[in-house]
Design a protein around this ligand. Structure first.
Ligand code: NAG
Ligand code: NAG
Length: 178
């Protein structure tokens, strides 16, 4: 018994140290993770569009996926989903219809915050947006202000396709580490 205890004590100690290290590592993994939501309003119809097609190929009209079209955006970002709700920033950049087989966009944009708790900061987002999927994940590749050195990802979910209104509304949940 005495010998067993003498052997067990260092092993137990090692185990405790390893557990503590694992716990610290797990905690560190989530350190500085900020999660929040914004709503993206892509107004492509009506008198005041915020998304305009700036380029396409001769073959784009014949493509069922609009392959080759490029759209420039300066889209409102709001904290509530409803059209016209208070703005917290703008999504500025472009999306390219980048897939010949399915409706797949390459999003290349900055979320520029102009009000609320992130006012003055921005996030650079780039990724594949297969718009007919229920959830699309895209990367956060950088940022400025409080988001300097940011990395993370977003989850995009369509709230309204805009087929009737000419305004697509998408919920973006952002997971950011900066
Ligand atoms: C493609 O379609 C649009 C809208 O119908 C039209 O304005 C444009 O001229 C067409 N482009 C080509 C290259 O056919
Ligand atoms: C956002 O920040 C700018 C610069 O500090 C400031 O001028 C502006 O009033 C702020 N806007 C809001 C809505 O807080």
């Amino acid at each position: 018994m005495v010998r067993a205890a003498a052997v067990a004590a260092p092993a137990l100690q090692l185990l405790l140290v390893l557990c503590a290290a694992a716990a610290a590592w797990a905690a560190d993994d989530n350190a500085g993770l900020t999660k929040f939501k914004v709503y993206f309003h892509d107004v492509f119809g009506g008198p005041n569009p915020t998304a305009i097609r700036v380029a396409q190929a001769a073959s784009t009209n014949g493509s069922s996926t609009s392959f080759g079209a490029v759209v420039a955006i300066d889209d409102p970002l709001t904290s509530e989903a409803a059209s016209g709700s208070a703005e917290v920033g703008r999504a500025q950049g472009s999306y390219t219809f980048a897939d010949q087989k399915t409706l797949g966009l390459l999003m290349n944009m900055n979320f520029v915050f102009t009000a609320g708790e992130h006012n003055g900061s921005s996030l650079a987002i780039m990724g594949r947006n297969e718009v007919l999927s229920s959830v699309r994940e895209m990367g956060i590749v950088g940022g400025t202000g409080k988001f300097r050195m940011a990395k993370g990802y977003v989850e995009a979910r369509t709230v309204d396709s805009g087929a009737k209104s000419g305004e697509t509304i998408v919920e973006y949940t952002l997971f950011v580490k900066a």
